[in-house]
Design a protein. Sequence first.
Length: 133
Amino acid sequence: MTGETSLAVLLRSLAPHLNEGDYVFCSVHDAAQVAGAELIGSIREAEGLSVILARGEADRLGLAYDYIAAWISLTVHSALSAVGLTAAFANALAAEGISCNVIAGYHHDHLFVARADAERAMAALRQLAAGRA
């Protein structure tokens, strides 16, 4: 099924969902360091493999991190080719002074915000969806 491309429809249908738990970003030199771990996401960078995983999993593996995040999923099925969605929610969050790290999945966008900002981020996203941002 093809995702939605209309920005107006995407914004009305954001339906943000706050996933339970704390999440962290870590960098490892070798994928073997996270073998068997349940990764939320990863990307290869020149400096190493960046991984996103539950804080407890990172602690279990002895991985260093310095940013504890909440994970918000936008449950609208956005097309990878959609234009303007990332800018719209990034601007809404920035207006509230909330930083955001975004991962695009095939079906949904996933936002990682500082744990302390989770509820404010959810409120800002709900306002955006309601056309009040």
